[in-house]
Structure formats: C-alpha cells, structure tokens
Design a protein around this ligand. Sequence first.
Ligand code: FRU
Length: 479
Amino acid sequence: MDLPKAIRYRPYKEWGTKDYQAITKRVAQSPWRSHFHIEAKTGLLNDPNGFSYFDGCYHLFYQNWPYGAAHGLKQWVHTTSTDLVHFTETETRLLPDHAHDSHGAYSGSAYAIDDKLFLFYTGNVRDNNWIRTPLQVGAWMDKKGRIEKLPRVLIEQPDDVTEHFRDPQIFPYQGQFYAIIGAQDLNQNGKIKLYKAVDNHVDNWQFVANLDFDGSGTEYMIECPNLIFVDNKPVLIFSPQGLSKSELDYQNIYPNTYKIFEHFNPETGQLLGGGPLQNLDFGFEAYATQAFNSPDGRALAVSWIGLPDIDYPTDTYDYQGALSLIKELRIKDGQFYQSPVAALRNLRGQAEPFQNKDITANCYELELTIPSQEKVDLLLFADQHHNGLKLSVDTNQGQLSIDRSKAGIQYAQEYGTKRSCQISTDHVTLNIYVDNSILEIFINQGQKVLTSRIFPTEGQNGIRLLEGRVSGHYYEMRY
Ligand code: FRU
C-alpha cells in the first residue's frame, strides 16, 4: 500500500494506543488470517530474520512495520518454538531506536555464542536529504529476551558498493565465524561480500573477498544471501533483483534462487563446482528465504510468503505477509529437497480418504499420489460455480501448474496468473497445505515447491476433482 513517507517513518513513540487499537481491530476483521503460519499481529511482515537455536529452543524473528500494510520503519519481532511448528510471539523487539538503525532495523541473522544470542543486522540510516547509509551492526539478546546493542558499527559501507549493502548472515565454518552480505557494486551489479571475524570476535570483522559463486552478474542487487551446508555441500540461497530471464525462467517480480557447490574456500571466497542457478520456489510468492545449520544437524529454512513492491488484498485490513512452513533441506543423489519439518504431521487430524468436498474450513493437508501417464485437474478453494485454484498435473508431459485466475481476489496480475514447473513422468506424490489464504505444495517430498497466496471469496472452500485419477488422504489441520 502506498502511504506517505511521513506516516511510514513516524517514530513509534508518536503512535498512540488508540491508533494501534484501531489497526488491531481492522486486522481482526480479515477473513484471511492463517492458523498454522506466522503472520504479523499488525502491519507488514516481510523477511524472516535471526533464525537460530539458543537456550533450548528455536528463535525466529520477522521484519515488521506494525502500523499498516506498507514498508515503513522496520523492527524485528521475536518468536520462539520448540517444535518448529508452534511459534509463540514474545514481547522482544529489535527496535529502530538507535542512531545506527534510525530508519529501520533491517534484515540479518543470529547465532548463539556463550550464553547470549548475537544478532547481526543492517541498520538503515538516512540523513535529512534522505541519503541512505547502510551500517552492519550487532546486538546481544540474553536468555530473558533483553537486547543490548553494540555501540560500534561493525562494518561500514565499503567504497565499491552503493547504498544497497545489507542482510548479513553469520555462520561458523571450521570453527571460524564468517559473514556474507548482499550488495550492489558501482556498476549496479549484484555482489555478495565475505567477511571474517578477527580472532573469532564477532565485534571485529575483516573483509575477505567478494564471494565467487560463478554468477553472471545480470542482477542489479542481491538481497538476503545465505551460505549453508546441506549434506556436506555448500548451498547458496539468495534473492537477486533484476536477474535476466535468459539466465533463469521466472515470473515473479523477483525470484528466490539457489546454487549447489562442491567446495567452499573461506580464504579466497571461492565456491567451486557449482551446479546451475535454480528457482527455489515455483509459486506466486516466496522470497528472502533464510536458512541455517541447526545444532541437531538439520539444515532449516523459512521463506517470506510475499514479495517486495506488491499490493495484497489484505492491505485493506492493515496487514500483509506471512512466513512459510519451516522446511528441512536435504540433498540426495544430487537432488535438492525442501520438505516441511516432520513435526508438522502432529497437526494432522484423522485421515479421510481423498474425495470431493463441497465445504472445508480451508485448513487442511492433502497427501496425494498421481499415477504415471495420467492427467489430473483438481480445484482447490472451489465454489459451486467451478471457480477455484486449478491444479493440473500431467505425468505424461512431466508438467505441474497452478492457475489462480478464478480463485479469489485478483492481484499482481501483471506477473501472470499461472505458474508451472517440470516434474518427472513417473508417478508423483503431492503434499498440499492449505491455510485459509496460504497454499504450499511440495512435490515428491520437496523436490519442487510452490508457495502462494490465494484470497478466497465467500464460498470458495471446496475440493473438486475435475479430471483424472488421484488417490490419497485429506487431513484437517489441528493447531
Ligand atoms: C528484502 C529486504 C532486505 C532488507 C529488508 C528491509 O525483502 O529488502 O534486503 O534488509 O527487506 O525490510
């Protein structure tokens, strides 16, 4: 939503309790709130931040402007979880209340060190002429959720990048802390900068190199880079803006991408043996995915279900955005998998054999198998007039597509109303999660994923098989 700068950057202390109550009331009127996904209590949610394990539980923050569905003065909002399925929002906020983050506590990461959680993030600072200086700054969160900001800027803007320099990801590699940061160079090409903690002190960083990930450089900016290790292979997940479509086929305003490598050299910043650049997600919206290597050995990821520069139907209710299910990343036989964490099964109600349903609560999982040499058309969010989200699977052609042109309130149509991806021509399994206005489809245990919003209108809550043979189960989700 387009709101004047004066509103979007109004200091939090100038908003009254009444303003907040009015916004809370509008959010409560939305017919589209989710049940088992994280949404902002109020305002806009964008990137996942600080996804980490500390003091016996998982921590996950999200970027938020609490006063409306717009990108304003951002804070981090804190949640915790023990099972990665149920999250509890705490009172802890990383507020934009310091000279080093005066115009937003922008995205970043977290890592437990000794008995505190280190938060490494971008302080967005603007001067009176609205000139931006991005500062990489840090804070410590203790076990009670109290945050203390480090007084010193940890990394200043280098000479060879523009004001677009942000989203530090801290990670340990062979006992040494590193950080990568998204950037735009002076030729307006996307870059990722690699730093090293001097003597392993996270308040002292030294530049190592620009990450060499064999990129073509057609993008003008790289946001939210993550280097993680999945089944012993380095995987780079990032959000390039302006990437040439000759390099990667995508339809969303910006894609979220990944590349798998064989080897990481932390001294030179080289990632070697890279596979092709690939779409992390084939749905209508998934961006700014954040991943980390959990101490239990799992590589975990979570995405923003939303995109920059897009208006959403929920904007009229003063909120926007959600976080995806938590996904476990694997590589098996060279194939990348993203599957929802196993604990999600605990939300399943009783299994019912798959069949048409006129009415559901739009809060369910479908686990389906589609045989080879089959063509299936399935309507989700179906109404009495055969409108709905059309999911087509063709195991002859090896194609899966979703068409939302007849499902709910339309938006972002300039980017198309259909998304598709290739699948194998064998039989296919699908795990489909519907959460009121969120749709996540995992193909073959997560070989491909499609994440999307659908904003159903009155009566769009059925499931109808239009064509083909499908077997499997329907589970109502209990949350
Ligand atoms: C990505 C992003 C980040 C930035 C944050 C600000 O969506 O633009 O690069 O840190 O959002 O909210």
